[in-house]
Design a protein around this ligand. Structure first.
Ligand code: PMT
Length: 223
């Protein structure tokens, strides 16, 4: 693995899930463990980068020599990401951000209604799209997104690269249980406007190193 390829480069990575509060004891979230994002943080650090890791709630130790900022909700992750931008050359969005949050999260625990119809309704509103906002920022860091898809993976990923204005996207088929969410392994297709490259089934640590090598090459070409 080529060390020093990112010396002098500042890399910001989002990782893990977000939690959207329903009330003080309940939330909406997803199965992201943070493993992929943390592995990328370690690989970027080993490549010589100065790394900031903006992390949702996960059960992982902070990698050595990485600056970790803990957040809970998508709105928190958005604010932390915008704050980090002035010191970011490369932004990598690995986090599984909740697309929606509860419109009016309750201050007190919601009580079960005993004489109701047995149904209850939560109104959800859209969260800000963090990586799309990063890609719109001026000056724009080299912006890498992930695309978690369960079908037609490459096609949807190419649409996301366009819609969100990204430099590169990492397509992850999350319909497979041996890779993706929470697994120690992954297999992805890295896609950029003029090309793509598959990274075959391997540990998330290995995928992260290959990814950092590819990102570094494209980042240097774009500069
Ligand atoms: O954490 P692990 O258990 O190791 O699992 C890794 C992973 C499967 C979570 C990871 O490899 C992955 O695919 N992450 C992206 C998950 C996701 O939310 O994908 P998406 O297709 O919904 O989002 C597309 C991109 O937009 C992502 O870069 C996401 O971070 C970003 N996004 C999405 C919504 C939002 N409001 N803001 C964002 O920045």
């Amino acid at each position: 693995f080529p060390r020093q390829i990112l010396t002098g480069t500042r890399v910001t990575i989002t990782a893990g899930p977000t939690r959207e509060a329903i009330d003080p004891v309940r939330y909406i979230s997803n199965h992201s463990s943070g493993k992929m994002g943390y592995a990328i943080a370690e690989a970027a650090r080993d490549a010589g980068a100065e790394v900031t890791l903006i992390s949702g709630p996960v059960n992982l130790p902070t990698p050595e020599r990485v600056k970790r900022i803990d957040v809970v909700s998508a709105q928190d992750m958005y604010a932390a990401s915008m704050n980090a931008l002035i010191q970011t050359d490369i932004f990598i969005a690995t986090a599984a951000v909740a697309d929606f949050r509860v419109e009016n999260s309750h201050n007190q625990k919601i009580k079960k209604q005993h004489n109701s119809s047995g149904a209850m309704t939560l109104t959800l509103v859209e969260n800000p799209d963090i990586v799309a906002a990063v890609a719109k920022h001026s000056p724009k860091p080299f912006t890498v997104g992930f695309a978690a898809e369960t079908q037609d993976v490459e096609n949807y990923a190419r649409q996301k690269i366009q819609r969100k204005g990204l430099d590169m996207i990492v397509a992850n088929d999350v319909s497979r249980t041996d890779i993706g969410f929470n697994s120690d392994q992954n297999a992805v297709t890295v896609i950029w406007p003029e090309g793509q490259q598959p990274l075959e089934l391997a540990s998330k640590a290995q995928i992260a190193r290959d990814l950092v090598t590819l990102i570094s090459a494209h980042y240097k070409k774009a500069r």
